[in-house]
Structure formats: C-alpha cells, structure tokens
Write a protein that binds this ligand. Structure first.
Ligand SMILES: [Zn+2]
Ligand SMILES: [Zn+2]
Length: 298
C-alpha cells in the first residue's frame, strides 16, 4: 500500500519505536518509583512548586511553541522567544521537533482517514478501528506501529529553519535537561533528599502526566466531546482535556481553524495558551497573530 507522505517499515520505523520506548518508559519507571521512594523521603512545597513550574513550562512550550508557532505559524516571534519556546517544547520528552511537526501536519492533512498517524478510527495501515482498540491506538499504540511520516512531503521546508533543525539534532540533550533541572532545583533548595523527590515527582511524574494529557488530544478529542463545527474529521471539543493541555482540548475548533492562535473561541472554552499569546501580543513580543476571522488570509 503506497500513500504519499507515509513510509512503512525500514530504519525509520525502527528508530521511531526505539525513541518512543525511551521517551515513554523512563518517565513511567520514575513515576512507579515515586511512591516507593515516598515511604522514606521528604515531600513538600519544593517538589510541588517544581512540578507546577515544570508542567507550565513544558506544557506551554508544546502548545504555544511547538504546536501553534512552529507547526501552524499562528504568530511570528523574535529569535529569543522562538529559542525559549523551542527549548521548553524540547524538554517535554515528545521527541525531535521536526518529526513532531511533520507528524502533526500529516494528522491535519489526513484526519481520521488512511494515513492519519493517530486516529482512533483507522490504524496506520488503513484498517478500521473502534472501541478500546481505537482509543489505545490513538493514545500511544501508533507510536509503535511501522508507519512513519515522509519528511520530504510534510517537513521539506523545515530544513531552512535552523532553529528547528538544531533542536531536532539535540533533542536527547533537552530530554536529559528535563530531569536534570528539577533535580538541581530540589538539591539547591533542600539537599539530596529533595533532589530525588523533585527528580521523581517533578521530573518523571510531571512528564508522564503531560504525556497522557497530550495523547488525550489525539485519542479522547477524536472520540468524545462537543462538535461545535461539523467537519469531515471526527474531532471534538473536550473541555477537561483543554484544562490539562492549556487549551488544546478545544480540538474541534482547532481542526476548523488550524492556523488560529486561539483554540477556545467562546465563553467556557478554556484556552490558557491563547490567553498567553494575547498577552505576548499586547507586550509587543509576538506579531501577525492569526485569528479565526483572519484565518486563511495568509
Ligand atoms: Zn485531531
Ligand atoms: Zn494542529
């Protein structure tokens, strides 16, 4: 089966599976170790504050940075802000930035039809899915199938973006920093015991939780929630997922206006990322912000 933009098997599939195994398993192992460590270790505001800061940094790095700016070009930003957004996103343990961008573009191009990397309705080979099997495929199973995105189709332009390519080639360094920074935070504020608590709770568990929050956009938001705009795809607005992902759960709105910097389009649609973009725009730090009303103009 040949489909433009999708590759099957080969070295790409092997690398994808290995990368995802490391990216997913290490935080999960640390998460399992946390309750064991907790029986002897100290736990308090140092760990909680490290968790909250870290969740906001990687969360907004993914939503405002990697998704809305680097993938959809919802707004323009200066070089320093672009670097900060890319660094925050790279620390979310979601793999190489160019790969993430290309996978996501493929999702928009082929939503819920053959070739979609992560639909709960069709697998990587175009076979129909439903129920729990579909949920698990969209949630994380797709990261271990043999389909990969052809970068020459969905990421050819990224070669010209030196910043994106830099973060693509150094993503393991940022993966390490994602755990080293909370460890250091805990060590400086509370010594060796809090360093370990911060590593396990604010490093591993926080990454594990945001992994599942992000994956829920792919699984839950194509299964259950409100359909505000009828479209060919099966995207939905799920407001619980939107709270956990700073607005990305307003996914039906996003499929309708993919380039909009704002996913929450009305009262009761949580979109902290959109609020941050609005604030950055007021401060003069971002420009050319795409809104649903101007969508498609550029
Ligand atoms: Zn979608
Ligand atoms: Zn998108």
């Amino acid at each position: 089966m040949a489909l433009r933009g999708v590759l099957y098997g080969g070295r790409e599939a092997f690398t994808k599976r290995l990368d995802n195994a490391i990216l997913i398993c290490l935080p999960a192992i640390g998460t399992l170790a946390f309750p064991i460590w907790l029986t002897q270790g100290a736990f308090g505001w140092i760990e909680i504050s490290a968790f909250m800061i870290g969740y906001a940094v990687i969360g907004l790095g993914i939503t405002v940075g990697l998704h809305r700016h680097f993938t959809h070009r919802s707004f323009e930003a200066n070089r320093i802000l672009r670097f900060c957004l890319a660094a925050a996103a790279a620390m979310a343990c979601q793999g190489s930035l160019p790969r993430w961008i290309a996978d996501h573009r493929r999702h928009h191009a082929l939503s819920d039809v053959t070739g979609d990397p992560h639909s709960p309705w069709v697998d990587g080979r175009g076979r129909s899915l439903s129920g729990l099997g579909g949920f698990f495929h969209a949630h994380f199973g797709w990261m271990f199938d043999d389909a990969t995105t052809d970068m020459s189709v969905f990421g050819a332009d990224l070669k010209d973006d030196r910043l994106v390519m830099f973060f693509g080639s150094t993503h393991w360094l940022w993966f390490g920093l994602n755990f080293a920074v909370p460890w250091l935070y805990g060590f400086l504020l509370g010594g060796a015991s809090h360093a370990m608590g911060c590593l396990l709770f604010a490093g591993c568990f926080r990454t594990f939780l945001f992994h599942h929050a992000t994956w829920s956009v792919n699984s839950v938001c194509h299964l259950t929630g409100k359909v505000r705009f009828r479209q060919k795809n099966r995207s939905r607005n799920n407001y619980l997922v939107a709270i956990l992902t700073f607005g990305e759960g307003c996914h039906n709105n996003h499929h309708r206006f993919p380039r909009s910097a704002f996913h929450g389009l009305g009262p009761g649609e949580p979109d902290m990322s959109g609020a941050l973009v609005r604030l950055l725009e007021r401060l003069g730090l971002v420009s050319e912000v795409i809104r649903p009303s101007t969508h498609g103009v550029r």
